[in-house]
Each structure stands twice: as C-alpha cells, then as structure tokens.
Design a protein around this ligand. Structure first.
Ligand code: PEP
Ligand code: MG
Length: 547
C-alpha cells in the first residue's frame, strides 16, 4: 500500500467524521492455513463447538448493541438456530466431509441462492451470511486464540474490510478510528460508525502492506485521508486541530442545550438529519429544533417494500421523539449513491443522472402513494412535513401534490385519522436552484451534497475528484444565496440539510448567504451551535442577505 519510511497519504471517502492520531493496526481478512480433519464424530463435535461459540458471541454482542446493530446480529443468530441448515452441514460431516469444508460449502450454497433468488430481501442478506461464515470458520480453525485485538490504545484500524459484527465487537473507546479499502458511506458499518462518532474512511485506495503495522498515522476522516508516517508539520497541524476540537467540545457542551443565537443576537434553527430512526434513542430532542431531514431509504434497504402500517409505525415514532418540534421526512431517494435492489433500474450508464429520487417515485406511483398515505397519517400526530428529493422542474411537484391530494382524499373517505402535511422540495439540482421561484412548494431544503456534485461535475463517490467538489467554490455560495433569496421572495422556509451544514468551519459561509436554518448530523449539533454563537455578520454577508 505504501513505501514506508516517509509521509504517505492515502485517500478514500469520508464515511464518519472525525480526526485521530495513533498507530496503525493492520487487520487482515482471515486466511486460514490447512486444518487437519478428524473422524466424523470429531468433526461433528468441532462444528457444534464452533457454532455454539459463535452463537454465544453473537448473543453477547447483540445484547450490547443498539437497535440497528442488534437487528443485524439477530439475523445471524437465527441462522445458527436454523435446524434445516445445520442438518445439511452435519449430514455432510457424517458422510466424511471435514467440518470447515461442510460449513463453508453449505453457506456458500446458501449465499448463491440468496443472491440468485427473486427476493431482494434475501439477496441483501447474503453479506450477513458471509459475515457469519467467517466467524464460525475462525473458531473451527482455532484462530480465536490469535484473533485480532479488540482493544488498541489509540489504534487506527487498517483493513480490507470491516463487517458489521466485527465493528460491534471492537471496543471503540480505545481505538482512534478506522480506514478500510472496501465499504461505502452508506453501508451498515458507516451508519454504525457515524452513530458512535468513530472516524471512518472507506474505499481507501491501495493495497495493505504489513510494513505499515505499528506506524504512526493521522486519520482525517472528514477529508477522507490517512497519512502514514506523518511529517512533523502534518503531526503538529493534526495535534493543533485535535486540541482545538477538544477545546471547542468543552465550549459547546455549555451551548448544546440552548437555542442557537449568533453573536449579533440572531436566532438560527439547528435541526438534525436522521439516517436511521433507531439511532434517535441516543440523541436528546432538547438539543435541537427538530428534524430537518429524515432519509427513508433505510426502510427499503433490504429490498422489501414496507407496507403502509410498518411505515406509519416508524414515522409515528419519529414524530413522538420530536415531541412537538417540526419533523421533515423525505420521500424515497433511491438511485445514484443509494441504489435499492429491485427498485432502482439496472444498467444505467450514469445512475447519478438517471432515474433517481422523485423521477423514480413518479415512475412507481404505487410505492410513492403508500409512503404518502403513511406520512399523512403520521402528520395527524405532530408537525410533520414531506420533502421530495431530486426535483428538477415544477411539473414534478405538481404531480407529487396531486398524488398527495389523492392520498389525503382517500384517507378522508375511509375515515382514517390524518392531516395534510406541508409539501416541500430538496433544492439539489442546479436547474431547480436557478429557477427556484417557479416551484409551487411550501418550503425548500438545499441538498448541498448533490448540488455540489452537479454544479462541479464531480461525482460525490469518487475520491479522485473530491478536491473539485469544493463547498467553498464561489459558484456554490452563489447558488445557495440565490435559493435563500428565492425563498425570501416567496415567503417560504428554507434550510440546508447537506453535509456542508455539519461542518462548523463552513457555517459562517452559510450564515453569510442568509441561511437561518440548517439541518446537521446529530454528532455535529454542538460544534455547529458553537460556530453560530461565534458568528458576527460580515458586511459582505449582510449585503448579500439584504440584496
Ligand atoms: C444532499 O444531497 O445534500 C442531501 C442532503 O441528500 P442526500 O445526501 O441524501 O443525497
Ligand atoms: Mg441529495
């Protein structure tokens, strides 16, 4: 992966923000040496012992995990209790196969079936099966004795991949963070890392080189960079940043429970982004002004189309969590960097420019209508707003509003409790941003992640062009200022829910554009409130706001 000895920088994608200084701990995907098989009776005993041990580990991990982690682990635990599956493995052992061969071949067969079948839910679960396969094989090969460490003082984990169960196994209070070659910012592991504030870089370029083990490193997860053998200058800069982050953390702890107000006394709404409602348990609603973006892709993640009741149950829970604060829930944004098997089209030459977001929803009004009905029902329980992603032209919002009207009308006719939610749009396509005045909507929320990628023609999932996708590009501010101006002219609410708002260093720029509402990652609320607290309107910014 590197020529050790002097500073070496590797780039990947930011999956969970944070900065760490530590020593590299390399974790190799287990490659087992030969295993000597015994008699069928010995092999049966070895298999049962390995499975029992894996089951105990999974149960213990699930007991400590949050809802998301527990869900992943419980699926694996249930597989170990699947009598048919185990009977097949034991049958092969009885016929003379070695335990590890029988186990691996049966699981591989299952994985192939899961992947080949029509049921997208099972196809998506194939990864969990492979995770489980590896755990049992580890025990069969007796690798547990020299299993990679669970704890490492300030260690930075460097690995080909990190499975969700391995992530949940590590004691992150002793690790600085992780950088992996595989993964994506939308994977289960990325969601788990974000929820815990563990710096994580995924999609790291290069090969693992054992000589890197034990080397000092700086993991700048915000920038998606891992610097190995950092120069004194890099180290000093990272130490300074860590110190100032620690000082900021102390400062914002006093502010986090209070409304955000600039140094000039202007109030600013700080809302949160919710990727997975199961993670809300760890967030205090008193620290924010509500939810500015709830991504609903998680509901469709395993390829199952959730029915109205199960969607309603989730939306109701989010509204209850917010306890009267506004909650914005976005309709399905499948496609682009968020493909959903069975829903997004296959074989598009460029999915970011294809049928994603509202384009897909309008092609599948059956899916959208179920979602709108569930949302309208939840709107009866609190101030819920519906937001539509990837809108390009006003006609799309007219069609969505028609479908919402139909859904509300049908609920009324059937006597089902509901309310008409406010209907707004993400402004994340430059054509919509430039012509924002022409949309008949109740609110705007600026999606800076997509707006920047489309404006700079730099794919958000390609580290090679990441420097071009620069939120400080003046064209980005220009566009944001325009949208804020259009919202003002129309008299509607505008916020920004892209990652820009979660970066305290960029908050002054957004405030200069006149934004007075931003929706941020829950872990960044304190830092963003501190940046707002320190902000004093610049004359230039004030001119922009007034102009
Ligand atoms: C955005 O594009 O800025 C946004 C918030 O939406 P997503 O990241 O889910 O595409
Ligand atoms: Mg977007």
């Amino acid at each position: 992966m590197a020529e050790p000895g002097h500073e070496c920088v590797f780039t990947g994608l930011s999956a969970a923000d944070g900065l760490a200084i530590g020593r590299i701990v390399i974790e190799r995907t287990a490659r087992h040496g030969p295993r000597r098989a015994g008699s069928p009776a010995d092999e049966k005993e070895a298999l049962n012992a390995a499975v029992a041990r894996a089951a105990r580990e999974i149960e213990a991990l699930a007991a400590q995990a949050d809802e998301l982690g527990a869900g992943i682990l419980e699926f694996q635990g249930a597989l170990l209790e699947d009598e048919d599956l185990m009977a097949e493995v034991l049958g092969r052992v009885a016929e003379g196969a070695a335990a590890h061969v029988a186990w691996a071949s049966v699981i591989d067969g299952e994985v192939a079936e899961y992947r080949a079948g029509d049921d997208e839910y099972f196809r998506a679960r194939a990864e969990d099966l492979l995770d489980l396969k590896a755990r049992v094989l580890r025990h069969l090969h007796g690798a547990a004795a020299d299993a990679p460490e669970k704890e490492a003082k300030d260690g930075i984990l460097l690995a080909d991949d990190l499975t969700p169960s391995r992530f949940l196994e590590l004691d992150w209070s002793t690790w600085g963070g992780a950088a992996i070659r595989g993964g994506s910012p939308t994977s289960h592991v990325a969601i788990l890392a974000r929820a815990r504030g563990i710096p994580l870089v995924v999609g790291l370029h290069g090969q693992l080189d054992d000589r890197l083990g034990g080397k000092r490193a700086v993991l700048d997860a915000r920038a998606g960079r891992l610097v190995i053998a950092p120069s004194p200058v890099t180290m000093a800069a990272a130490s300074d940043r860590l110190e100032s982050l620690a000082a900021d953390r102390r400062a914002w702890q006093d502010l986090i429970g209070r409304p955000a107000i600039t140094a000039d006394g202007e109030p600013v709404q700080v809302l949160i982004n919710v990727d997975d409602p199961s993670l809300l348990d760890g967030v205090s609603p008193a620290h924010c002004d509500g939810i500015g973006l709830t991504r609903t892709e998680f509901l469709f993640r395993d390829g199952r189309l959730p029915d109205e009741e199960s969607q309603f149950a989730v939306y109701r829970r989010v509204v209850a969590w917010a306890a009267g604060r506004p909650v914005t829930i976005r309709t399905l944004d499948a496609g682009g960097d968020k493909p959903i098997p069975g829903i997004t089209p296959h074989g598009e030459s460029n999915p970011f420019l294809g049928e994603r977001g509202v384009r897909l929803s309008l092609r599948r009004p059956d899916i959208l209508t179920v979602q709108l009905r569930a949302l309208a029902r939840a709107a009866a329980l609190g101030p819920l707003k519906v937001m539509v992603p990837m809108v390009t032209v006003p006609e799309e919002m007219i069609r969505v509003r028609d479908l919402l009207n139909d859904a509300v009308g049908a609920l009324a006719t059937a006597g089902v409790a509901h309310a008409r939610p406010a209907l707004g749009m993400m402004v994340e396509v430059p054509a919509a941003a430039l012509a924002a005045e022409g949309f008949d909507v109740d609110f705007f929320s600026i999606g800076s992640n997509d707006l920047i990628q489309y404006l700079t023609a730099s794919a958000r999932d390609n580290p090679a062009v990441a420097p071009l996708a620069d939120p400080r590009n003046p064209a980005v501010s220009e566009m944001i200022c325009r949208v804020v101006g259009a919202a003002r002219a129309k008299g509607i609410h505008v916020s920004l829910c892209g990652d820009m708002a979660s970066n305290p260093a960029l908050v002054p720029l957004l405030l200069d554009c006149g934004l007075r509402a931003m929706s941020v990652a829950p872990a960044q609320v304190g830092g963003v409130k501190l940046a707002i607290h320190r902000y004093r309107g610049s004359e230039e910014g004030a001119a922009g706001r007034d102009g």
